[in-house]
Ligand binder design. Structure first.
Ligand code: CO
Length: 214
């Protein structure tokens, strides 16, 4: 704990040196333009990997970056981000080598989290044929990580919050990204959805690309 508090002081000094008055200014407003939905994995820290300081991202993280239709926590974050904060961009960011995705694929039952991972198992079973074509186990894990992003983008687009916002003319864009923990690079999966009713075509063409790639 001592180390954490010291590191915190160092960080505050560094930020204030580069941008004097940063925290004072930030305390006056909370106006992020982006919502980030990512994995809890310690290797995928939202702000750091896109080089953004506090204030820029509204963040929701859970195991395997899922948008589950009955998850009041995630739904509340999405609703608050869209309805109150008026974010313009919503990002679902998966990552290769995701432990949650791997556990589902390897049919591990790591305690309570097993129930949460059933949602990934649904994705796995839905795309069983495509996954069976992966060249080896690691490729299969990474392919399921990508397919999971596509499914979560789709789930996000189908929430009542997004549908209502698009219906009322809000300009919201949803993106699907994947992060590579092996080199630190983000990749756009071309799952960009800009309006109600536009998700299915984006999703289908993503699957088509996956089928021709694997
Ligand atoms: Co993960």
């Amino acid at each position: 704990m001592k180390t954490l508090l010291e590191k915190n002081k160092e960080w505050v000094q560094r930020v204030e040196q580069e941008q004097p008055g940063f925290f004072e200014r930030l305390s006056q407003q909370h106006a992020p333009e982006l919502l980030w939905i990512g994995c809890s994995d310690a290797r995928v820290p939202a702000n750091q990997i896109v080089g953004l300081l506090p204030g820029a991202l509204f963040v929701h993280r859970n195991i395997a970056n899922m948008v589950v239709h009955t998850d009041l926590n995630c739904l509340s974050v999405v609703h608050f981000a869209v309805d109150t904060l008026k974010v313009k961009y919503l990002i679902v960011c998966g990552h290769y080598g995701c432990g949650g995705v791997r556990a589902s694929l390897e049919e591990l039952r790591p305690g309570l989290v097993f129930h949460w991972l059933r949602h990934i198992t649904d994705v796995r079973e839905k795309h069983a044929e495509l996954l069976s074509r992966a060249k080896d186990h690691e490729a299969r894990v990474d392919l399921l990580c990508e397919l999971n992003v596509a499914e979560q983008v789709r789930n996000l687009c189908r929430t009542s919050t997004l549908e209502d916002a698009w219906n009322s003319g809000s300009e919201l864009t949803v993106y699907g990204l994947i992060y590579n923990i092996r080199d630190g690079l983000l990749q756009d999966l071309d799952l960009t959805v800009t309006g109600k009713g536009k998700c299915e075509a984006v999703y289908e063409s993503f699957l088509e690309r996956m089928r021709s790639k694997v």
